[in-house]
Design a protein around this ligand. Structure first.
Ligand code: PGA
Length: 257
């Protein structure tokens, strides 16, 4: 089985730098202490803290990689409150989450903006974790409507990507049905796998991208992850709430090896 990727999206928590360091340390130490049967089973773990704590957290992690929850597409200039790619790169950020549904929904981030971020981040040599996923209304309309919706997001968010010299391992997709995020009700593993397969096939037929990693995200915890890990189509997980609790972190990582 392939090495899984675990991305811990802390969102706006915790509230102090001390708490952020404590959490990062717990994750790092647990990962270090693991002795899987084969090295290949040890997951790649990424922490995406609030930007405020990125620098401090970055000092404490070695095995765990540093991620960011967003980025602005310009390197320098008058963009109030935005964080540039160059700033993130200088702080040793390796992965950038782009197009999270909370940003799309609450902050009105559009596919055009997301597309600019995706292209600029890939150009800068960082890894993109592009989030896509449908809301409950679309979900209720059935499989074909969900597929069309996701295809539309991918087409717009990846527009002009063929003009880049893309390192295929730098593009990662996270399938995150919106209705499953933070609700305690994850998708069923079977439905998630079906959508992930669909996304992979679409990326091959439309962009000739094979071997793109696709993660699942939405209410994954230390318990229900066990039902998902056995599927080889799921290359890893994007995890919010549970990634803030040391006990959950242990169970999540344990269930992967
Ligand atoms: P959740 O969040 O694990 O709390 O559902 C996932 C996400 O938003 O990426």
């Amino acid at each position: 089985m392939n090495k899984k990727l675990l991305v811990f999206n802390w969102k706006s928590a915790p509230t102090t730098v001390d708490a952020a360091i404590k959490l990062a340390r717990a994750t790092e130490n647990y990962l270090k202490s693991l002795k899987p049967k084969t090295q290949n089973l040890k997951p790649n773990v990424v922490i995406a803290p609030p930007f405020l704590f990125i620098e401090e957290v970055g000092k404490f992690i070695k095995k765990v990689k540093l991620g960011s929850q967003d980025v602005f597409w310009k390197n320098i200039g008058p963009y109030t409150r935005e964080i540039s790619l160059r700033q993130e790169k200088n702080l040793k950020v390796k992965y950038v989450i782009i197009g999270h549904s909370e940003r799309r929904r609450i902050l009105n981030e559009t596919d055009e903006m997301i597309n600019k971020k995706v292209l600029a981040t890939l150009k800068a040599g960082l890894k993109v974790i592009l989030c896509v996923g449908e809301n409950l209304l679309i979900r209720k309309r059935g499989k074909k409507t969900i597929e069309n919706f996701i295809e539309n997001q991918l087409r717009k968010d990846l527009k002009n990507i063929e003009n880049l010299k893309l390192k295929i391992e730098n593009l990662i997709i996270a399938y995150e049905p919106i209705w499953a995020i933070g609700t305690g009700h994850s998708d069923s593993p079977e439905d998630a796998v079906e959508m992930i397969k669909y996304i992979k096939e679409f990326l091959i037929s439309n962009f000739q991208f094979s071997n793109i990693k696709v993660l699942y995200g939405g209410s994954i915890d230390g318990k229900n992850i066990k039902k998902f890990v056995k599927y080889k189509e799921i290359d890893g997980f994007l995890i919010g709430g549970a990634s803030l609790k040391p006990k959950e972190i242990k169970n999540i990582i344990k269930s992967i090896i």
